[in-house]
Structures are given as structure tokens and as C-alpha cells.
Write a new protein. Structure first.
Lengths: 349, 253, 550
């Protein structure tokens, strides 16, 4: 409680907060998650147009405070001054309506809201219009993780679960979902857009501060909705290119089993490695065995079966499980599939 | 004022909280009109779905509407219009205290309603036989001109949801015009609209059976015929909805 | 005509014909209103218990005692029970049924049998909700968005069936009230001599009749989808999941005006009576009710700003959303002006009325943030939205409901609740409510999404503050329901006009006889005019001086 109180006042050094979390046995998350950076109301401004959003917010906040305290003062003052007491047991004579007053307190708020609308709309148009030279990254949402596809060549791309972007460069995201509606939300960037199946939606931003920022799903999508959290890593100058190179290097040089272990993170929500049954069968010890399918037939767990399960998961369903596995066609490179095969092979009983 | 015995000197069906028969009738009239407004809004969702899907996928509607049998659709339209006539005539008969005519008109309306439903059942049965159904069940065995089509599930997601298609016959010639993707959506809209309409026809037929029985008991007179009037209004709306559905689904190219 | 202090000539509607069976087949609007009130308050306790479970789970990050699935089911059921069983029927069914015919000087509503049917439809809907609870619950959120609601294995079918049936209950009530006002207004009560409570119920009826059928078709299509896979909203076969959102919000936005308009009507009565002053700006309040009813149909797209709808639609809906703020603001100014030079009594109804003004102001102002496009992108689907709608649905509508119950309770039951306890609970509700929901605005602006079982540790303190508030709020509400139940049976007898109000319902004994206003009313007291009323200490009753013609 104390550590959260001090974090509220932005006084806690991150070390103290980390220690408190570690003491509770909680895995220490990224720095952004533990402490709040930014003002009382808002997270830090890590995107080029965050300050515009904040400016509007504080403006309306000020206006609201003025109106609210005005009304409160009037209500409290009248209630006290005109309370029922000997000498004031009847209302004093007064006018029952005043058209001039009505028109005034209709017109003034009307003008104010028109101004607010126009300002809000202008900010929105800016948010909805990406600059022409934006870096394109594809986003795929599925229960319950985010996948990001980076183009590394004319026909080459790779997928990662973290979003890395260069600093000070506009980035445009093209997003789709493989199953239900999700929503891509980065509070520090002040951006949000629903991610819908069977169509593409877009958003853009230009990160202005290096660091890691929380990415959350903001449209309820089932059991794992609150765990569909991730991060956006804004790389310092040169960092993005290094990241792309390291990913390519991983693919080229990482031993298959290690690559498979990394790729397995995508499977982890549904497939365990310790024998415990989840939404999908555990991988432990299945290599080389015969598994019964829902139609009664038996299938050998070999390279072909694993490849087919990744590309066309509903072709064969293991008996006792629901046909809910999404396809990874287009998401995984051949090397990653080879890695999965090697990894599963290594999971003896 | 005693409530048990007072019938304002007229029909026993005038309720005691009304001033008189006229008050009850006018109140009921306002009530039924408001109810009909709710019915229009109830159907409006499907009309909006039709308009949007047609605008976004005209090829689906162009292809699939040819599956519908214009002849039976036209017969049904005529049946409903006649039944609206007899319903209106029933109201007139009640106003003029023509009790036998009233009973006859109500009875005819019931028969027409069942006629409509019978024809609809025939149409639905035909579609069931030939696989021209909604969504993932759209596995037609022939194209709108009668040429054979290979049975195939309409979308990749259908197998995962447990739908199956019959096996193709080896050696058979499948030369029908292939439907555009997601053509099953036409039948989703068709069955949605005609199904909801059919339920309203069915409910209407029960209402008119009840009125028929009441009229045989002699319940209705010039001072009290509200239920006949209100039911006839409902029936006219049901008829009017069909008059929109028929060209929208069967006729427009 | 009843003068006010003499003993009633007939048994009250409570005492004539005793026994549960006579209540269950009654056609009397007063008995139906009381049965609704019982069911609705029970549902409030049920939905509130779900909320407390959620808030306890959210006391710390990570799982405390609920699994993710259980949490998701609880917030869904909390929303569904509160919206469909409590707040939408709420004031019209429980208070309107009782008060509307009496304020018109009418013997009953236009269609008493339809009224009973409305009540049984509510019961059937409530039973189906309970069945849903025990048949595997539902985890889609009360909004049932597709495609998730098409895929989840939870009991969506009974849940949407419940919503469908409850929709008809609402439609029939609204229809009944509109027709009653048109056809049972007495001679001498033109439209602009009608209590504002009736204007509010009329405007509400308009929305109930026009909007609810669209919810009907939406949930019907969802039902048909679950049962036979018709596919209109299923993207895998060409359907459009965003179309579902448009259909759903086309009803659900006007629905929030079904919730707030009756509350505003009640507040107009509360402020006027308990400040003993004519309401200020009667015509503007009446017109604003109608304009809210109309404008409420034009703004549904503000729930879809980030859904992927076109930029043009987004812009138009934002502009229209701001227009709907103005009539509400007009009312707040008029109520405040009514207090000026009044003679204000701080009894429980007035405390709730004043709470309403302050909490509704916050609720309405925070709507400005959400209507502003650039800000809504950040705030949509965060706790800011959760707090905003609790301020208007609970802090405003529920508070007005409670105020109305306390105002009309002496008339309905013929008894008094413990008045000091009631005032304490009103204060408890006000402070508990703010303690619960003010921190949630900050949670939202800092980026905490809604419908989250787990959250980042940085949000912990704000959640803890909120949970403490929920406990205070829950205790206050629970005590309130308890003393109301007690008072029905054991409260001190109340006089016919204990508050000195001027509308017609107070011209009947407390509780009223089964057949109220058998004879048409021949002299209607001047609306919101308290000059002729004098307090009689001996009978604790306000009587007219000079007395009304017999």
C-alpha cells in the first residue's frame, strides 16, 4: 500500500517499487507497468500528438471544474440561505420563469460546445491522417496476443510479439484480427483503434521518447482480455535497424530448438509443456506417438502433422478438443516452423 | 358508484375505468397505432441489413434472387391482399351490425392466412431440399438455372464450426454457374425477413381464429367492435410489409 | 372529494382483498407498481452483490478469489441485471405505475390488463436471467458484441431471450403511459398544466416505444444466430460484426434516456415540493424533455468512434452528441433557480434531489470529454467511461429513484420509514458513491482499460480507494432496502399530505383506496402552488385553506 501511495505521488524510485513487487513473489514487469510516469491525470507524452490530446483534456477539465464548482456553490449557498426556519417557512414571492435567462443559459453553453467540437474534430482529423512517408507495420490480433509483422525485404517479413518502432519517425499500423474484435491501445501515445476480423483498420503515430510503453487490448475479447498486454519499444536512433538485423540473425543463426522455444511463446496460451491439458493438448512427449482424432482415425505426430496443424489447424482435430486453433499461415517463417518441430521433438515425457 | 353491475347500459365488454364505449374505442385505437409503430421499427433492423448488404454486395443479390419462385411469391401477394380486403370488410360488417357477414369475413381471413403459410412452407421445403439456405448451410445442388453445382461448403470457417457438405458424385457433370463468395448471406436475409414475417402471419391467424369464435358468440356490435378494428389494422401492416418484401427479395434485379 | 383529514370511506388498496393470490391477478395500477418495486429492489441487491464481488477482486492486482472466467461472467451479469431488471424498468414501472394515474386524477392506466402482462413479462425475464446464472452464466459483457458472443460457449441463449422479453415489458409500459396521458387527462388539465413528472414519463414512453423494438430485433438475430447460425453478424461468412454495434447502440443510447428522463421528472417534483416553491422555467423543462427524447436517437455512433466506422460518420455523431448536452444543462440551471428564495427542507427526498443535481452535473460534464473526438480516442473503453456512466445511471437515476421512493412512500404504504436513518443513508450513498467513482476517472485517464480482471500495479491505490467507497455505498443501500421493508409492515402511520405537495395524488388518503378517482376531479389545484396549504400540527398533515369545493 505504501509503495503504491508513493507511486501515486511519483516519488518512488523504481528500485523500491521493484523490490516491493519481488517481495510479493510477483514477476517484475517492465518499468512502465509498476510506476506511473506523467501527471496526475495522464501518462507521459510519448507520441507527437499526445500533447494536443492533453491540452484539450485539461481545457475541458478546467471548464468542467468551473461549471461544477459554480453549480455546487449555488446549490449549497441557496440551500443554506433559504433553509426552512421560523421566518422562512414559506417561499418568498419570485418570478416563475425568465425567458431572457433561459436563452442566455442555452446560448452560452451552445457556443462553448461548438468550440469544443471543432477543436476535438481537428485533433481527430490529424490522428486519422497518416503522413505519406510512414513506416508500415502490420498488426495481427488474436486471442490473446499481439503479433507484429515487419517487412525486411521485397517479399520477406517476420513476426514478433513485441512492437519495435524507430524514434521520431511516423509509423502506420495496418491491423486485422483472426477471431474476435480487439482494440489496440497505447495510453502513452493516446491512440486507440478497434481491430476487427475480416477487414483492416489503421492508425498512426510518431514516437518522440525512447523507452518501453504499455500496449493493452481495449475491447473485451474473452477470458484472456486483461492479460492481452504487451509493450511498444521505442528504439533510440539506430536502434530499430539493429533490432531488425538481430531478428534476421536469429532466424539465420539461432539453433532450431532455441528458435522453436522462442516461437513457442505464441503457442503457450493454449499448449503446455508439462502435460497439463489446456485449450489445446500439451506438447509434452507427443512426438512420435499416435494420437486419436475426433473422427476416430489415428495420426502419427511427425513433421508433416506439426506443419499441417500450424497451417490448417482445423483439418485434423484431436479427440476431446474444440476446433478453435487459429492458423499461423503467413505468420510463421519456414525456419520458425522447423524450430517448432525441433522444440516439440525435444519435449520427452 | 357500484362497479360490478355498471356496464354503461351497453356492451358487457366496456371496462369500468372508461367514461363510455367511445372513450374505450378511441383509447384502444391510439394503443394499436403505437403498437404498429413498434412493429415497423422491429422489422426495420432487417430492412437496414438488406439495404446495406445489397449495397455492398450487389453480385450476391443478383445471383441468388433468381433462386426464388416469382410465381408463388405473386400468388402469396394476391392471397394477402384479398385477406386484407376481408379483414377491412369485417370491420365494416361489425359497424353495420351484419353479424353473419362479419363471421364469414373473419373466417375467410383465417383461411387466407393459412393459405399464405402453406405456400411459404412449400417454398421453404424446396430450398431445404436443394441446399439454398443461410450462412454455412448454403450448399446448393444447382445454380438458379437448374444446372448442377458441386456441393462445397461456402466458407473456410464452416468446417471448423461443424458443418459438412455431401460428397460429390463421381462422374457427374457439374457445369452450373458458380455463386459469388458469401452468397449464403442472401438467404440469411431472405429467411430472416420472410421468417419473421411468417411468424407475424401465424400470430395473426390465431388472433383471427379467436375473433371468429367471438363473433359466432355474438360479442361484437356497433357499440363494441374494437378488437376487430385493431386486428384488421395489424393485419394491414403485415400485408404491407409483405408488399415491400416481395419486390425487394423476388423481383429487383 | 377527499378533503385530507377525515377518515377514508373505503379500505385502502393494501387492505382490501388480502392474500398473495389477489395481488398476483390484480389489475390495480397501485398493486402492480408495488410488486414491481419489490422485484426491482431485490434485483438491485443482486446486481449490487455482483458489483461488490468485482470490487473486492480488484482490490489488488492479479487474482484474489475469482478466476478470469468468473470475473468476466460477474461483470456481464452485473451489467445485464442492473440495466435490464433495475434501471430501465426502474422509475416508470415502480413509481410511474403508482403515481401517473393519480397525478392525472384518473382511475387507472389506459390498459390495466396490458399493465399486468408487462409485469409478468418482467418476472419471466427475471427468471430467465436467473436461469442464465445457473446454466453456465454469460461472459460477453452486457453489450453482447459479435463475433465473441457468437463463439462463446456460455449461456447466451437464455440471456438474450430474457432481454427480448424484458424489452416487450418496457414497450408495453411506455405505450400504456403515453395512451393514458393522451386519453385520461381531466378537464382543466391541459398539457402545460400537467406535473413535470408526467411530461418526463411521456417523453420516456416515446423512447420506449420507438427504440426498444430495435433492441428486440438485434437480440432476436443473436438468438437465431446461436441456434441456427443465420450469420448476419458473422464475419467468417460475409456478415458484419460492426453492424451489430450499430443495431445495439441504436437502442442502447436512447435507452439511457429511458433511464434519465423519468429521474429528471421525479427531481422536478422533489425540488419544488421540498423547497415549497413553484418550479422555475416549467415550459423549458417540459420542452427539454421532448428534445432529449428526439436528440437521443441521433447520437448512437458516439459509442463507435474507434470501431472502424467512417470518419464522416464519426464527425457527425460527435457534433450531434454535443447538442444533447444542452437540454440537460437547461434543466440543471432551472432546478438550481428553483431553490432561490425557497423554503428548503433537508428531508431524505430533498437530500436525494440535491445529490442528483451535483452528481448529474459531474456525469454530464464528463460526457463532454467523451464526445470530444481527440480525447475519446484515449478514453474510450477505459475506466473513465465506466465512471461517467455510473455517474449518470447510478449517481443520477438511482439516486432520483431513491428520492422518489422516499417522497411517495407515505402515500404508497401509508407508513413512515425512520426519517433520521433515511437521511443518514442518503448522505452515505452520496459520499460512498463519490468515493467509489471519482478515483475511476483518474484510472481511466491514466490508461486503465475496462473489463479487466488483472491490472498493472501502478493502478492499485486508486482501485483500493474505489473499493472502500463501494463498501460504504453498498451498506447504505442495503440498510435503505431493509428499513423500507420494515416500514411497509411496522412504520408509523402517515397522513394524506405529509409534505404539503399540490399534485392530485396527495388529495387521496394514504394509502389510497383500490378505486381512486371514481368521480372525475372537478377542481384541479394550481400546479406547484403552495400558498393555500397550511400545516395542521395535530394530524401532521397539510390541508388546503381555503378548502377545495367538495
Amino acid at each position: 500500500m505504501l509503495s503504491s501511495l508513493t507511486s501515486l505521488l511519483q516519488l518512488a524510485p523504481q528500485a523500491a517499487a521493484k523490490a516491493a513487487a519481488a517481495a510479493k513473489g510477483v514477476k517484475v514487469p517492465t518499468p512502465d507497468a509498476l510506476t506511473h510516469h506523467g501527471t496526475f491525470w495522464m501518462p507521459e507524452q510519448a507520441n507527437s500528438f499526445a500533447h494536443e490530446t492533453d491540452w484539450m483534456f485539461y481545457g475541458i477539465l478546467g471548464l468542467s471544474a468551473f461549471c461544477f464548482f459554480g453549480i455546487t456553490f449555488a446549490v449549497v449557498y441557496f440551500t443554506w440561505k433559504y433553509r426552512a426556519r421560523p421566518g422562512n417557512m414559506k417561499a418568498q414571492p419570485s418570478i416563475l420563469h425568465n425567458d431572457g435567462l433561459e436563452v442566455t443559459w442555452t446560448l452560452i453553453p451552445s457556443i462553448i460546445v461548438v468550440i469544443i467540437f471543432v477543436l476535438g474534430w481537428r485533433g481527430y482529423v490529424n490522428m486519422a491522417t497518416p503522413p505519406k512517408n510512414a513506416l508500415e507495420i502490420k498488426v495481427i490480433a488474436q486471442k490473446w496476443d499481439w503479433f507484429f509483422e515487419y517487412k525486411v525485404g521485397p517479399s520477406a517479413s517476420f513476426t514478433d510479439t513485441e512492437l519495435h518502432v524507430p524514434i521520431d519517425r511516423p509509423v502506420r499500423l495496418t491491423m486485422t484480427s483472426k477471431d474476435v474484435i480487439h482494440s489496440f491501445y497505447v495510453p502513452a501515445f493516446r491512440i486507440k483503434q478497434d481491430v476487427v476480423p475480416a477487414r483492416y483498420t489503421h492508425l498512426w503515430f510518431k514516437a518522440i521518447r525512447a523507452g518501453e510503453y504499455r500496449l493493452t487490448c481495449a475491447e473485451y475479447c474473452g477470458e484472456g482480455h486483461s492479460t492481452m498486454k504487451n509493450k511498444v519499444v521505442v528504439e533510440p536512433p539506430g536502434g530499430y535497424e539493429l533490432y531488425l538485423e538481430s531478428k534476421q540473425e536469429e532466424l539465420d543463426t539461432m539453433p532450431p530448438i532455441e528458435l522453436g522455444k522462442k516461437t513457442y511463446q505464441l503457442c503457450k496460451p493454449c499448449h503446455s509443456t508439462n502435460g497439463i491439458r489446456g485449450n489445446g493438448p500439451s506438447f509434452q512427449g507427443i512426438w512420435g506417438t499416435q494420437v486419436e482424432m475426433s473422427d476416430g482415425s489415428k495420426v502419427l505426430v511427425d513433421e508433416n502433422y506439426i506443419r499441417e496443424s500450424l497451417m490448417d489447424p482445423t483439418a485434423k482435430i484431436v479427440k476431446g478438443f474444440a476446433p478453435i486453433m487459429p492458423t499461423f499461415k503467413g505468420t510463421l517463417r519456414d525456419k520458425q516452423i522447423d524450430g517448432m518441430i525441433a522444440f516439440i521433438k525435444s519435449l520427452a515425457k | 358508484m357500484s362497479h360490478a353491475a355498471d356496464h354503461h347500459g351497453g356492451s358487457p365488454f366496456i371496462q369500468h375505468h372508461f367514461d363510455d364505449a367511445g372513450h374505450q374505442f378511441q383509447t384502444g385505437k391510439l394503443g394499436i397505432w403505437l403498437f404498429l409503430v413498434t412493429e415497423i421499427l422491429f422489422f426495420s433492423g432487417l430492412f437496414v441489413a438488406y439495404i446495406l448488404y445489397r449495397a455492398q454486395h450487389p453480385e450476391i443479390f443478383e445471383y441468388a434472387h433468381r433462386y426464388l419462385d416469382k410465381f408463388w411469391g405473386a400468388v402469396n401477394t394476391a392471397v394477402l391482399i384479398c385477406s386484407s380486403l376481408t379483414a377491412a370488410w369485417a370491420v365494416r360488417a361489425a359497424q353495420k351490425n351484419q353479424k353473419r357477414l362479419l363471421t364469414f369475413c373473419l373466417g375467410f381471413t383465417v383461411l387466407a392466412a393459412f393459405g399464405f403459410l402453406g405456400i411459404k412452407a412449400h417454398e421453404y421445403h424446396h430450398k431445404w431440399e436443394h441446399g439454398t439456405l443461410w450462412g454455412c448451410r448454403f450448399v446448393p445442388d444447382e445454380d438458379p438455372h437448374g444446372k448442377a453445382l458441386k456441393p462445397v461448403l461456402p466458407a473456410p470457417g464452416c468446417a471448423a464450426e461443424g458443418f459438412t457438405a455431401p460428397k460429390p458424385v463421381p462422374g457427374k457433370v457439374y457445369d452450373g454457374e458458380l455463386p459469388p463468395p458469401n452468397t449464403g448471406m442472401f438467404f440469411s436475409v431472405y429467411f430472416g425477413m420472410t421468417g419473421l414475417h411468417g411468424i407475424h402471419v401465424l400470430i395473426g391467424s390465431f388472433i383471427f381464429i379467436w375473433l371468429f369464435l367471438r363473433s359466432r358468440r355474438g360479442d361484437f356490435e356497433p357499440d363494441y367492435y374494437g378488437p376487430v378494428d385493431y386486428a384488421a389494422l395489424y393485419w394491414h401492416l403485415v400485408d404491407m410489409i409483405w408488399i415491400y418484401l416481395f419486390p425487394m427479395l423476388y423481383l429487383i434485379h | 372529494m377527499y378533503m385530507g383529514n377525515e377518515a377514508p370511506t373505503q379500505k385502502s388498496f393494501r387492505d382490501v382483498k388480502k392474500g398473495i393470490k389477489s395481488w398476483l391477478v390484480t389489475l390495480d395500477h397501485k398493486r402492480i407498481g408495488m410488486m414491481y418495486l419489490t422485484g426491482i429492489l431485490a434485483s438491485l441487491i443482486l446486481g449490487g452483490s455482483f458489483a461488490l464481488l468485482l470490487r473486492f477482486e480488484l482490490f489488488e492486482p492479479g487474482g484474489q478469489f475469482l478466476t478470469k472466467q468468473q470475473y468476466n461472467e460477474l461483470f456481464t451479469l452485473h451489467g445485464a441485471v442492473m440495466i435490464f431488471l433495475v434501471i430501465v424498468p426502474g422509475i416508470p414501472a415502480a413509481l410511474g405505475n403508482f403515481v401517473l394515474p393519480m397525478q392525472l386524477g384518473a382511475p387507472d392506466v389506459a390498459f390495466p390488463r396490458l399493465n399486468l402482462i408487462s409485469f409478468y413479462l418482467w418476472i419471466i425475464g427475471a427468471i430467465l436471467m436467473l436461469i442464465t446464472l445457473f446454466a453456465g452464466a454469460v461472459d460477453t459483457g452486457w453489450t453482447f458484441y459479435t463475433p465473441y458472443s457468437l463463439q462463446t460457449s456460455t449461456a447466451v441463449v437464455p440471456a438474450v431471450l430474457a432481454v427480448f422479453i424484458l424489452g416487450f415489458s418496457s414497450i408495453f409500459t411506455g405505450l400504456n403511459f403515453m395512451v393514458t396521458i393522451h386519453k385520461f387527462k381531466p378537464q382543466g388539465m391541459g398539457w402545460f398544466k400537467m406535473p413535470l413528472n408526467l411530461w418526463a414519463l411521456y417523453a420516456t414512453g416515446l423512447i420506449q416505444v420507438l427504440a426498444t423494438p430495435v433492441l428486440g430485433i438485434t437480440v432476436l438475430l443473436l438468438f437465431v444466430e446461436r441456434v441456427i447460425h443465420i450469420g448476419i453478424f458473422d464475419p467468417t461468412i460475409g456478415g458484419d460484426p460492426v453492424l451489430f454495434q450499430h443495431f445495439f447502440w441504436f437502442y442502447s443510447h436512447p435507452a439511457v434516456y429511458i433511464m434519465i428522463l423519468p429521474a429528471m421528472g421525479v427531481v422536478s417534483e422533489l425540488i419544488s415540493v421540498h423547497a415549497r416553491k413553484h418550479i422555475f422555467g416549467y415550459r423549458f423543462i417540459a420542452y427539454s424533455s421532448l428534445s432529449l427524447a428526439l436528440l437521443s436517437f441521433l447520437v448512437w455512433g458516439h459509442h463507435l468512434f474507434v470501431s472502424g466506422q467512417s470518419r464522416l460518420a464519426t464527425m457527425v455523431f460527435s457534433a450531434l452528441t454535443f447538442t444533447v448536452a444542452i437540454p440537460s444543462a437547461i434543466k440543471v440551471f432551472n432546478w438550481t433557480a428553483t431553490l432561490y428564495k425557497g423554503s428548503i427542507r433537508l428531508n431524505a427526498p430533498m437530500l436525494y434531489g440535491l445529490s442528483f443535481i451535483l452528481l448529474f452535473t459531474i456525469g454530464g460534464l464528463t460526457g463532454l470529454f467523451l464526445g470530444t473526438l481527440s480525447i475519446d480516442v484515449h478514453l474510450h473503453d477505459t475506466y473513465f467511461v465506466v465512471s461517467h456512466f455510473h455517474y449518470v445511471m447510478m449517481g443520477s437515476t438511482l439516486v432520483a429513484f431513491l428520492g422518489g421512493i422516499h417522497h411517495w412512500w407515505p402515500k404508497m404504504s401509508g407508513r413512515w420509514y425512520p426519517r433520521r436513518t433515511a437521511r443518514a443513508c442518503a448522505v452515505g450513498v452520496f459520499f460512498g458513491f463519490n468515493q467509489t467513482f471519482l478515483p475511476q476517472f483518474v484510472l481511466g485517464s491514466r490508461g486503465m482499460p475496462r473489463r479487466y480482471w488483472d491490472y498493472d500495479p501502478q493502478f492499485t491505490l486508486l482501485h483500493q480507494l474505489s473499493t472502500i467507497g463501494a463498501v460504504i455505498l453498498g451498506i447504505s443501500l442495503f440498510i435503505t432496502v431493509c428499513y423500507l421493508l420494515w416500514s411497509w409492515f411496522k412504520g408509523k402511520p402517515a397522513s394524506s399530505n405529509p409534505w404539503g405537495a399540490s399534485t392530485l395524488e396527495w388529495a387521496q388518503p394514504s394509502p389510497p383506496p383500490l378505486y381512486n378517482f371514481e368521480e372525475p376531479v372537478d377542481e384541479i389545484p394550481e400546479l406547484y402552488d403552495y400558498d393555500d396549504l397550511e400545516y395542521d400540527e395535530a394530524t401532521q398533515n397539510w390541508v388546503r385553506n381555503p378548502p377545495v369545493k367538495a
